[in-house]
Write a protein that binds this ligand. Structure first.
Ligand code: BTN
Length: 130
C-alpha cells in the first residue's frame, strides 16, 4: 500500500515537472503587450516552425492583416523566431529576431529590429491565447 502511494506521488511529481517544462506548442496563437499576434503552425522534428506575425504595435510600420511570414526554431523551452517585414504587399526593408523562453502560457522575449538605421532593441511578453 505504501509502495503504491509512493509511485502515485512520484508519477504526479514527474508529470507535473514535464508539464511545466513543455516547450512551444504547435498550432498555438500568442499575443504580446503591444497587441500583436503570433501564430505558430506545425513544428517539424528538428524544432523548425513557420507561422504568421500580425504586427499591431503602435509606432511601428508594416501593421495589420494579412501579416508577415515567420520562421523559427525551438529546442526545449527556448524559442527563436524571425519576421522579415516583406509580405509582397508591404515591404518595410527590415527584420526582427525574437529570442525567448516558454514558461507555460507566457513567453518572455527580447528582440532586435534590423533596418537601414541603427538596430532597435526591446522586450515583448507573449501570452498564449486559449
Ligand atoms: C518596422 O517597423 O520596420 C517593421 C515592424 C516592426 C514591429 C516591431 S517588432 C518588435 C515589436 N513587437 C511587435 O509586436 N512589433 C514591434
Amino acid at each position: 500500500m505504501l509502495c503504491r502511494s509512493f509511485f502515485a506521488l512520484a508519477l504526479l511529481v514527474v508529470s507535473g515537472v514535464a508539464a511545466f517544462a513543455q516547450g512551444l506548442p504547435p498550432w498555438s496563437i500568442w499575443t504580446n503587450q503591444r497587441g500583436s499576434l503570433m501564430k505558430v503552425f506545425a513544428i517539424d522534428g528538428q524544432g523548425n516552425f513557420t507561422g504568421v506575425y500580425i504586427n499591431n504595435a503602435q509606432g511601428f510600420r508594416c501593421q495589420g492583416p494579412p501579416g508577415f511570414p515567420l520562421t523559427g526554431h525551438t529546442r526545449g523551452t527556448a524559442v527563436t523566431f524571425t519576421v522579415v517585414w516583406n509580405n509582397g504587399i508591404q515591404n518595410c526593408n527590415s527584420k526582427t529576431i525574437w529570442n525567448g523562453v516558454v514558461r507555460g502560457k507566457v513567453m518572455p522575449t527580447k528582440w532586435v529590429l534590423i533596418s537601414a538605421g541603427p538596430p532597435q532593441r526591446g522586450a515583448d511578453l507573449f501570452t498564449r491565447l486559449p
